[in-house]
Structure formats: structure tokens, C-alpha cells
Design a protein around this ligand. Structure first.
Ligand SMILES: Cc1cc2nc3c(=O)[nH]c(=O)nc-3n(C[C@H](O)[C@H](O)[C@H](O)COP(=O)(O)O)c2cc1C
Length: 171
């Protein structure tokens, strides 16, 4: 059976709450908080399927606990071929609509370049923003949610994403 790891970085707990929901919905998945439980890149490589969560900060940057690991993956050109990755993360489309959930786009490019298969795109319908690095071909590269402005929609977005993702993964 494929090993599933849910790794997340979350400063205020929004992406963390979704990560915990994902742990419930994916049986036998491990939940790793990047701030407290992350050891090294080999820990990521110990899984076949990776659900990677990050909120967006600064100018469309990944959450702070991801900064060093992502830098290491890039500088050491770590090989993720054979790994399947799905991304999820919180943003704020009103105050930060110039870079809504852009961290997911940066992570998408990084892991794709290193051979991973990226799955779990999500419709942009229902969101209003100016620009997002996470939007490709009219869809987000992963699950986007916005608890600052649309917290009432997060649960149904998570459930919809997971249903599609399970189908895509053949689970
Ligand atoms: C200083 C600052 C910068 C932010 N930058 C962005 C951004 O570029 N894009 C975005 O979508 N959200 C941005 N946000 C919003 C956060 O991503 C949002 O509050 C999110 O819910 C945080 O999730 P977390 O609790 O999982 O860390 C920013 C928030 C702050 C306070």
C-alpha cells in the first residue's frame, strides 16, 4: 500500500486545521507539522504520496517552516521522481489578491522540476483575486482556501478536493 505523508507549515493554524481534516479523510496517513515534527529531507522521501500544505506570506512566499527545506531541495537538486505530490494552502484573496496562494505555485514548480508527479488541481471558480502564481491553465495547482474571507466554504472545498484526489490516486 502506498505510504501517505501530510506535511504542513501553518503560522496561524488555518492550513493546520485543513491538514488535520485531511488526516481524518486519508486513513493511515502520517501528519507532520513542519515546525515541530520535521527532521530532514529524507523524511519526505520516505513517502510515496505527499500532501504538502503551506499558507502564503510576504510576496507570495511559502510559510516560514518551509523556507529552509525548499531551499535545500533546490540547492541539492533532490530527486522526487516516483513521488506523487498534491498541494494545499491558505491565503487571503482580498488583502493579498496580488499574490493569492502563490506559495502553491512556487512549490509546484520546484517539485515538478525535480521529477515529482503533481496531482490535485482545483477550480478557481468562487475566488476573486488579481493574480496567483498557483493558477495554471485556468485552475489552481492544488487546493486553495481562504479562511479570512470565506471560512464557511473551506470544509466543502476540502471534501470536494479529497473526493477528486482519491479518484485521481485510485484510492
Ligand atoms: C504579512 C502577511 C502577508 C501575507 N501574504 C499573503 C500573500 O502573499 N498571499 C496570500 O494569499 N495570503 C497572504 N497572507 C494571508 C495568509 O496566508 C492567511 O492569513 C492564511 O490564512 C494564513 O494561514 P496559516 O494560519 O495556515 O498560516 C498574508 C498574511 C500576512 C499577515
Amino acid at each position: 500500500m502506498a505510504k501517505i505523508g501530510i506535511f504542513y507549515g501553518s503560522s496561524g493554524g488555518v492550513t493546520g486545521a485543513v491538514a488535520e481534516k485531511l488526516e481524518e479523510l486519508f486513513e493511515d496517513a502520517d501528519l507532520i507539522n513542519m515546525e515541530e515534527d520535521f527532521d530532514d529531507i529524507d523524511q519526505l522521501l520516505g513517502y510515496d504520496i505527499l500532501l504538502l500544505g503551506s499558507s502564503t506570506w510576504g510576496q507570495g512566499d511559502p510559510q516560514r517552516d518551509w523556507v529552509d527545506p525548499l531551499y535545500e531541495i533546490e540547492s541539492d537538486d533532490v530527486d522526487f521522481s516516483g513521488k506523487t505530490i498534491a498541494l494545499f494552502g491558505a491565503g487571503d484573496q482580498e488583502t493579498h489578491g496580488e499574490h493569492f496562494v502563490s506559495a502553491l505555485g512556487k512549490m509546484y514548480d520546484l517539485f515538478k522540476k525535480r521529477g515529482a508527479k503533481l496531482v490535485g488541481s482545483f477550480p478557481t471558480e468562487g475566488f476573486t483575486y488579481e493574480f496567483s502564481l498557483a493558477e495554471r491553465d485556468g485552475k489552481f495547482v492544488g487546493l486553495a482556501f481562504d479562511d479570512v474571507n470565506q471560512s464557511d466554504l473551506t470544509e466543502e472545498r476540502v471534501e470536494k478536493w479529497v473526493a477528486g484526489l482519491k479518484e485521481e490516486l485510485g484510492l
